[in-house]
Design a protein around this ligand. Structure first.
Ligand code: ADP
Length: 417
């Protein structure tokens, strides 16, 4: 016990004396740790805004992982709009308790718990005060009999406020976060906040998903571009976090959600379901593979800096990548979104397959190009270099600024040979 010289009753004073745990508290802590230890991987699903498809993806990722043979729990703590009960046909479920712990409801192989189960009326507006929110979140994580789980997927409330903070604090550790966005610039701006939030709390960003990206035509099933797409990918590259992929607007996703069935379960053979399942498998590989271990060797400085190469002719972007006069190598602090250095270098004489190696040796992590053939893009991918094509002819600083702000307008890949 630490004594406090200024205090008259150190035995009883909590504020100035670091108290020893009582036996009861120690047992509760051990039980809590033990319960969380039985959950092997925890993934939180976040978004900057509501209505971007966070719950839809949480349900479908959880189901995809269950279909891949994992034991999965799905926890919905979206306090202001818990939609998981509707999406899994569990509206009206009454929770039971066992040994003082809540027992999750079941949907097929999934164990499901939602704050929606606490509401008398699903349509009733609920106003939670700050401390009540934190209390409910804590209880929903700590006081639940999940049993042994391979994955716990947590559908967080939107934003970067107190609620996701309570989630991370209560969990103590989680494998990482998936950030869901839509292609519009306003939604993308929130992704930055979510990434910064995760970095501050040491939560790895497992990936960004651009949802509602294009539309699946109900007649021909082809994906039609409705709004600008690709902003999520560029933003993920600029912030050096993985991009998990795009999910188009698919009317069948709404039908499945409204009918209370996970889309990947009901429409398992559709192209959209395959996209979602591939993303879930990529999360699984990240959590169960050794990539996290590798990532932990990267220092924060390394993680936040990137070098963007831009092919130049007469000081501006050159549309013919392989025949440019020079490259601008632009160093950026991806978190602060600032350009820290710009150097001009002359490439070696043209030789097939040389530039990917050479640019890699120059420390390049991304390329902004007007056009580039598919084969060359593959060679750069092998060197771990992200390529953005279809950029307009402009000065390198202007292009990089737009890239960092996720406002870089990209058109056709102008040199696809
Ligand atoms: P959030 O959890 O972010 O508030 P939801 O997952 O509840 O968002 O989705 C909001 C609405 O959008 C739901 O009706 C859902 O069915 C629909 N939705 C989500 N993603 C898609 C998509 N890719 N295509 C069509 N509808 C979608």
């Amino acid at each position: 016990m630490t004594d406090c010289s200024s205090c008259r009753s150190p035995q009883a004073c909590d504020t100035c004396v670091e108290r020893e745990e009582t036996l009861e508290e120690a047992l509760a802590r051990i039980e809590h740790d033990e319960r969380l230890r039985r959950i092997r991987h925890t993934i939180i699903i976040m978004s900057g805004k509501g209505g971007v498809g966070k719950s839809t993806l949480a349900v479908n990722f959880a189901m995809s992982l269950a279909m891949a043979g994992r034991r999965v729990g799905l926890l919905d703590i979206d306090l202001h709009g818990p939609s998981i009960p509707t999406m899994l046909n569990l509206v009206g479920t009454r929770l039971e308790a066992q040994n003082g712990k809540l027992v999750p409801a079941g949907y097929e192989l999934l164990k499901v718990l939602s704050v929606g189960f606490l509401l008398e009326d699903q349509d009733a507006a609920v106003i939670w005060r700050g401390p009540a929110k934190a209390g409910v979140i804590k209880q929903f994580i700590e006081d639940v009999e999940w049993g042994e789980l391979d994955y716990l997927i947590i559908d967080c409330p939107p934003g970067t406020g107190d609620e996701p903070l309570s989630v991370v604090q209560t969990l103590g550790h989680c494998d990482g976060a998936v950030i869901v966005t839509t292609p519009q610039a306003v939604a993308l701006a929130d992704v930055r906040k979510s990434v910064t939030f995760c970095r501050k709390l040491n939560v790895p960003v497992l990936g960004v998903v651009e949802n509602m990206s294009g539309l699946v035509c109900p007649h021909c099933q082809q994906v039609v571009t409705v709004f600008k797409t690709g902003g999520g990918e560029r933003l993920a590259a600029a912030m050096l976090v993985p991009f998990l992929g795009r999910v188009p607007l698919d009317p069948a996703l709404v039908t499945a959600g409204d009918d209370g069935h996970p889309y990947v379960h009901r429409y398992g053979k559709s192209p959209t379901a395959s996209l979602i399942e591939e993303m879930a498998l990529s999360l699984l590989n990240t959590c169960e593979g050794d990539r996290q271990e590798q990532a932990s060797h990267i220092t924060p400085e390394e993680a936040y800096t990137m070098r963007i190469a831009i092919p130049l002719a007469a000081g501006q972007l050159c549309l013919h990548f392989g025949h440019c006069e020079q490259f601008a190598l632009v160093d950026v602090d991806a978190q602060a979104r600032t350009i820290t250095n710009l150097t001009l270098v002359t490439p070696p004489p043209h030789e097939p397959g040389l530039l990917p190696r050479w640019l890699h040796e120059q420390g390049t992590t991304a390329i902004i190009a007007g056009g580039m053939g598919a084969r060359a893009q593959g060679l750069f991918a092998e060197q771990g270099i992200t390529v953005v094509t279809g950029a307009p002819v402009d000065a390198p600083e202007v292009l990089v600024r737009a890239y960092l702000d996720a406002t870089l307008a990209t058109g056709e890949n102008t040199c696809d040979h």
